[in-house]
Design a protein around this ligand. Structure first.
Ligand SMILES: CCCCC/C=C/C(=O)SCCNC(=O)CCNC(=O)[C@H](O)C(C)(C)COP(=O)(O)OP(=O)(O)OC[C@H]1O[C@@H](n2cnc3c(N)ncnc32)[C@H](O)[C@@H]1OP(=O)(O)O
Length: 302
């Protein structure tokens, strides 16, 4: 039954093959298994996978310092580790959290979108699409344990999860803030937000580029729970236990029923979406906006 409901995402194999080649080219081992749990604990440079609870749950820790930006290398490593977990029938759920202090993820890596060539932009965008499709259509129960700042692409990642737990800290702001950078969230970012918080709240959040503090994120429905920082992971595991009490086949079919139409919109026009991104991001005005934003980030440090 699990096989019957497992959805295939085109081009995944190609992307993963690309990642392995990239890893090999960098002259480092692809995965290092370790610890007493053998294959249940593995790591790449930027993603750490540890056993969660009762051998059925894995905890994926994002480890791309300083701010877990979603670089191409990070995306490829993340996708490989997710595929490993998807293919291991022992795992039914994954908690996604950050290994970097105060930041869940700073979103897409601005350096992948600034000052590069069209071929690079296309390769990067394909990987971003793949991340969204693989997470959004995952058969696993995904719980985002958001232990820090979660803007733009970081928020998109969290929105693909089945449940979101946010730490109660002034640093833990979450939202799709693309307009603040002078860029526009693509339709599938928007669809994911609308499916979570509704049309009117999304319209306001997207146009204003809102980054919601914890209480407001909870109120608008962007996250499901806000808990003290030191309870984020334990809360995630306890919510996970609730979701795992449901038979997988029924939950998976229901998840597919709720999400497939949204994912299909992108699957049907992936190539056009890549071309749109490349032409948008290559515009002089957009490159200028990104340059200014990157400079602001640097100046902030003083
Ligand atoms: C059609 C186009 C659609 C594209 C859709 C785009 C989606 C996106 O995700 S765009 C990215 C949006 N992200 C942001 O706006 C977040 C920017 N970052 C921050 O606000 C902060 O860095 C922070 C709150 C996440 C963390 O703050 P803090 O701990 O104070 O760290 P710093 O700001 O000092 O940053 C350290 C270091 O990291 C660099 N950096 C930060 N964010 C990014 C990023 N998204 N991509 C690449 N690099 C990033 C920052 O510039 C600093 O670098 P150095 O000065 O070289 O140390």
């Amino acid at each position: 039954m699990a096989l019957a409901v497992r959805m295939r995402v085109p081009c995944r194999a190609l992307l993963c093959a690309g990642a392995q080649l990239r890893g090999a080219a960098l002259g480092r081992p692809e995965w290092a298994a370790g610890g007493g749990d053998g294959a249940r604990r593995f790591a790449s440079l930027r993603v750490l996978v540890e056993p969660g609870a009762e051998g059925r749950v894995a905890v994926m820790k994002l480890k791309n310092p300083p701010v877990n930006s979603l670089s191409l290398d990070f995306l490829t490593e993340f996708l490989i580790s997710l595929e490993k977990l998807e293919n291991d029938k022992a795992f039914r759920g994954v908690v996604i959290t950050s290994d970097c202090p105060n930041v869940f993820s700073a979103g897409l890596d601005l350096r992948e979108m600034y000052g590069r060539n069209p071929g690079h932009y296309a390769e990067y965008w394909k990987a971003v699409q793949e991340l969204w499709l693989r997470l959004y259509l995952s058969n696993l129960v995904l719980v985002a344990a958001i232990n820090g700042s979660c803007p733009a692409g970081g928020c998109l990642m969290a929105l693909t999860s089945d449940v979101r737990i946010l730490s109660d800290s002034p640093k833990s702001v979450i939202g799709l803030n693309e307009t603040l950078l002078g860029i526009v969230a693509p339709f599938w970012f928007k669809d994911t937000l609308v499916n979570t918080i509704g049309h009117r709240a999304s319209e306001r959040a997207l146009q204003l580029g809102l980054l919601f503090p914890p209480a407001e994120a909870l109120q608008v429905g962007l996250v499901d729970h806000v808990v003290p920082e030191d309870q984020v992971q334990s809360m995630a595991l306890s919510v996970m236990a609730h979701w795992l009490a449901i038979p997988d086949h029924a939950r998976q079919l229901t998840k597919a029923m709720m999400r497939k139409a949204t994912a299909d919109r992108l699957i049907k026009q992936r190539e056009a979406d890549i071309q749109n991104f490349v032409s948008f991001i290559s515009r002089d005005s957009i490159q200028k906006s990104l340059q200014i934003y990157l400079e602001k980030l640097k100046q902030k440090k003083g």
